[in-house]
Structures are given as structure tokens and as C-alpha cells.
Design a protein around this ligand. Structure first.
Ligand code: SAM
Length: 261
């Protein structure tokens, strides 16, 4: 099955994306480890360390964070650890939002293993990133994160606009996403071979679902380049520093950051 979603109606794309994540919710964490050979953990650790949540000046100031497409909580739990343990700042309000209730439910279950003082900082919100509910007010957030989520959105520009709306002036938009290997042709060839052959096969063998993993690989292929995506962030009204992005593992993934003026 090929999900060439530029050519399919929006409602249908949203339905497919919902189907994919409902199918993969239970096996999602194990599959991430297999597909990325564990590297996604390093990317996520690094992503969170560069944001350094909880490092407010002066220390201990409240910080409001929204993790969009937060799924099973990988980014949110790291941010809490960073704030509470590394920075000694428990004054964090963190919302994990996702369009998919099955993914959020896995996150909620996993959150029960966190220390009580960290659990009490989290809330879960079922929401589409393109139309966040009005309960998330304009100019209300210090930090907006989205990891491996935005390429699944039907309308990325709408989601970027929403991010801009809800952030305070000075607030940070930060995105971790699969990207393009641009400078290393041989490495790129090996990586492409891995994605297009191995990942759907692992999906079939481990999760019993080849099509969902085929979709994930194709959605990575269709995602804009580092520069194109940076330009979309700027178009949405953000300022960027330097190139506006940082490649990880030769560009297999990239971090983009914008600041609301
Ligand atoms: N951030 C988590 C992580 O890094 O492990 C989860 C990433 S998971 C690959 C992508 C998530 O995006 C899924 O949980 C999916 O339900 C969510 N998603 C897809 N479309 C969305 C939308 N329009 N609004 C909010 N979440 C969406």
C-alpha cells in the first residue's frame, strides 16, 4: 500500500494517521528502539538537554511547557527529569497533547512509574496540533516541543501558526524530526536501504503491521528539507538563530528551533 498523501483528501489522511498510531500504540516504544537501533534515545536526550527545561533565571521560576504529539511521553518525561532532578526546579506545568487517545493512554500508564512530584506536574490533553483548544491561551507558554510528530500533520503551517499563537513573546518552539542526509551519499544509500527494506519488515515481524511502518518511512521521505522547514518556521513568524537547525547523525534527524519575537 502506498500512502501518497499529497493526493488524498485531508479527512482521509487524518483517518489514516489515526489508524497508524492506534495500530502501533502498544508496540511503539519497542519499535522505536529496533528501527533506530536505539539511537532515538540519544537524540531525545540531546534534544531535551539543549532546551534545558527548568533552567529559569532566576532559578525556580514557573515554566509552562506544551509537548505536542507527545504520544507515549518520551520527551515530556525527559523534560520533567531535567527540570526536577538536574535543575532542582519542580515549578513546571507540562501538558502532553496528542490527537490519538491510544497513544495518550500508553503515556498515562507510563507516567505512573514517575516520582509523585513529577506526576503532579503533568496533564494530558487530546488535541489536534492544527487547532489547539482555547484552553491553551494566546501568549501563555514558555516552551513548545514537538518530536517526530509534525511530519504526520495534515497542515504543518497551521500547526506552526498555533505554536506561534500559544507561545509567549520570547517563548521557544523546538522540533525534533527525521530529516535529510544531504552530504554523505554512501551513508545515505545505506540508510535508505535500511528504511525501505528493513523497517517495514521489522514492522511486519514485530508489530504484525507492515503497512503502518511503510507509511512511517514514506512520511519521512516526503518531509521538507532542513532549509525548507526552517523557512516555514520563519514564515510562521518565528526568529531563528544562525541556520535555524542542527543535524543529528548526519541529518537522519534534525532539531529546528524558533523564538517568538
Ligand atoms: N513525541 C513522541 C516521541 O517522540 O516518541 C511521539 C511521536 S509519534 C511518532 C507521532 C505522534 O503524533 C503520534 O502519537 C500521533 O498520534 C501524533 N499526531 C499525529 N497527527 C497529529 C495531530 N494533527 N495533532 C496532534 N498529534 C498528532
Amino acid at each position: 500500500t502506498h500512502f501518497g498523501y499529497e493526493t488524498i483528501p485531508e479527512a482521509e489522511k487524518q483517518g489514516r494517521v489515526a489508524g497508524v498510531f492506534t495500530n502501533v500504540a502498544e508496540s511503539y516504544d519497542k519499535m522505536n528502539d529496533l528501527m533506530s537501533l536505539g539511537v532515538h534515545r540519544l537524540w531525545k536526550d540531546y534534544f531535551v538537554s539543549t532546551l534545558n527545561p527548568g533552567a529559569t533565571t532566576p532559578l525556580g521560576q514557573p515554566q509552562k511547557i506544551l509537548d505536542v504529539a507527545g504520544g507515549t511521553g518520551d520527551i515530556a518525561f525527559r523534560m520533567l527529569h531535567n527540570a526536577h532532578v538536574l535543575n532542582g526546579n519542580p515549578n513546571i506545568e507540562l501538558t502532553i497533547s496528542d490527537i490519538n487517545p491510544a497513544m495518550l493512554e500508553v503515556g498515562r500508564q507510563r507516567s505512573l512509574a514517575l516520582p509523585a512530584e513529577q506526576q503532579s506536574c503533568i496533564s494530558f490533553l487530546e488535541a489536534n496540533a492544527e487547532t489547539l483548544p482555547s484552553s491553551i491561551q494566546d501568549n501563555s507558554l514558555d516552551l513548545y516541543t514537538v518530536a517526530f510528530g509534525i511530519r504526520n500533520f495534515t497542515n504543518m503551517r497551521a500547526a506552526l501558526k498555533e505554536a506561534h499563537r500559544v507561545l509567549k513573546p520570547g517563548g521557544i518552539f523546538a522540533c525534533l524530526e527525521f530529516s535529510k542526509v544531504d552530504r554523505f551519499p554512501l551513508f545515505n544509500a545505506v540508510y535508505k536501504q535500511w528504511s525501505f527494506s528493513a523497517i517495514p519488515l521489522i514492522g511486519q515481524l514485530v508489530a504484525g503491521d507492515r503497512d503502518s511502518y511503510q507509511y512511517l518511512v514514506e512520511s519521512i521521505e516526503r518531509f521538507p528539507t532542513q532549509v525548507e522547514f526552517r523557512d516555514m518556521i520563519v514564515e510562521a513568524g518565528f526568529d531563528v538563530a544562525g541556520e535555524g537547525y542542527e543535524n543529528l547523525t548526519g541529518g537522519i534527524a534534525a532539531i529546528h528551533r524558533g523564538i517568538k519575537p
